[in-house]
Write a protein that binds this ligand. Sequence first.
Ligand code: ADP
Ligand code: MG
Length: 683
Amino acid sequence: MLQNLFDIPVQKLRGVSSQKAGELHALGVSSVGDLLEYYPFRYEDYRIRTLQEMKDGEKVTVQGTVTTLASLQRYGRTARLLCRVTVEGMLITAVWFNRAFLKDQLTIGREITLTGKWDQRRRQLTVAESEFPDRGAAKTGTLQPVYSVGGSLTQAWMRKKIGEALDQYGDRIPELLPEELLERHRLVPRREAVLRLHRPENTTAGQEGRRRMVYEELFLFELKLQAYRAASRKQPDGIAHPISSDEIRSFVAALPFELTESQKKVINEIAYDMKRPYAMNRLLQGDVGSGKTVVSAVALYASVRAGYQGALMVPTEILAEQHARSLGKLFEPYGIQVGLLTGSLTDRKRKDILASLQMGLTDIVIGTHALIQDDVVFRKLGLVVTDEQHRFGVNQRSILRKKGLHPDVLAMTATPIPRTLAITVFGDMDVSTIRERPKGRQPVKTYWVKHDMMDRVLSLIRKEAELGRQTFFICPLIEESEKLDVQNAIDLHAQLRQALPELAIGLLHGRMSSAEKEEAMATFAAGSTNVLVSTTVIEVGVDVPNATLMIVMDAERFGLSQLHQLRGRVGRSDLPSYCVLIADPKSENGQERMKAMTDTDDGFEIARRDLELRGPGEFFGTKQSGVPEFRVANLMEDFETLEQARDDAAELTAKPEFWTSSSYAGLRDYLHREALFAGEPLD
Ligand code: ADP
Ligand code: MG
């Protein structure tokens, strides 16, 4: 059994002292099982090449015959050994440094393999390693694994120990994957794959070994998520909202616009989940401006109509206020009470809303992190919605959820996560995606300009103002200092007032009081200011459909997804909209981002490129470090395998036999070992 190998300490292997064991432990290796799974990160190629294939400067291995006696030259401390070797009937020169002891072994006519750097012009090989076939030549012709080592653990030692472990225990490596999956994907058995990763006979064999382990790793990961999902589905302890389709239909009919097909589809998916007695756990994805708010409004409405309370958590106060305003208006005719709970409420207001929530007088509460404080108590929480959910940590979401008894959960995100990454991070969630924008929306025309084109930018602002439209002007982001951020905004505001005296120019930044911020935002939303100079506080969610021009100063300081979010503040009506990125053309890798922005305004494509530029960890930021680290798999390269693994895991866990049949006992053991059923499930 696999477990057995993990129960055998590495000290059991010959020559592993307790000091060595300690150093192995630091590498995450404590058992023989761990050691067998300590895979190389690359290989050194000792396969024999022909002279014809060899390129100048390459590291190569050749096989030949010693043809002349070696001559030894000494320069100070350096000893240089030189000898002619016949390779494929041609003479080449072999040079060793500080290997004087080899001189006597280089007898004429002896076979030798040489590995080193090839100098094409001089037909000379600077030898790093050589072997004599009459003494075994163990490396010749092979791909040698290269492990990550350190301390007193050398590469040679590691190879030797892993080799011994393979010889001694290799045939005890158990299979973990069901036969049907091995066959379906033509995967080599586990034992074979481990062997091939450490000792590939050739590149293809190594790749096949890797392919198997990548699949296994991703499959087991997905299996965990899916098993949790399946297990939670078996527990009908959620809320079965009694939802009346007619009521929903008439609510939708009263909206000021016709829903898109995509919106209708996701509303159906959500309503279906809410009706069932299983807790909903659904991610709603949709590009900026795709109309997620109204979808959540329908769900909140349904929950309230069914006799429950709803909560909507958002990352910023500005957004909380905006949602409270717009949803308040929307729900007013139905007598549904909407409350606002943010950190900047006065004590009295806060007390009022808390009491009213506890008594069930407030039907829907919209708020920031303030919602997850201990003293926030609901009477009957039925639905939890998080907007811009990627801004929240896993814990924050689950704290809010625990304020009810298995409430339904809807997490919305406007940072379109590439499907595959969504699968890895939210694999235990069902995903609904809004794929289209509301009718009549035009793509936001995006330009990348230099700082010296400010005059043109100003005339664009004037032109939009003459047409009665509004402009966001975003100040450079100074990551290290909020104070500088704010100063920038104040300076830019002053400059613009001077340059555009005929226009009303507002200002918004993080150091303003909540009341001031709300005032600035409300004046802009009402159309009374032409231009709003702002720091990135408006980055997410802000919805002012009459704004048609977004200008970003020093755009190279922003990440790609952030720029796309900012651009998403315009193009929210059928008016033509523009985004102008003022960026330093020489900025390092800023160019790629600007190019991506001008190339496409498809959020999914942007997210893909962002991921490419930054890698998954950075992409999600530390809060979302739910992105797992894999041993063998690489999310960038192994996207397709991940999708496949997910489908397979879903299919398998949906089969009743999976939970009972002895053929799956190994996998069920694995799940138990991972403490899946004992601990807190993944959120
Ligand atoms: P996001 O998905 O970025 O949160 P919002 O929900 O803020 O987008 O919607 C963007 C704008 O589009 C809002 O002004 C909203 O009222 C409007 N909207 C949403 N759905 C539709 C629709 N089906 N037709 C027209 N406008 C819509
Ligand atoms: Mg939104």
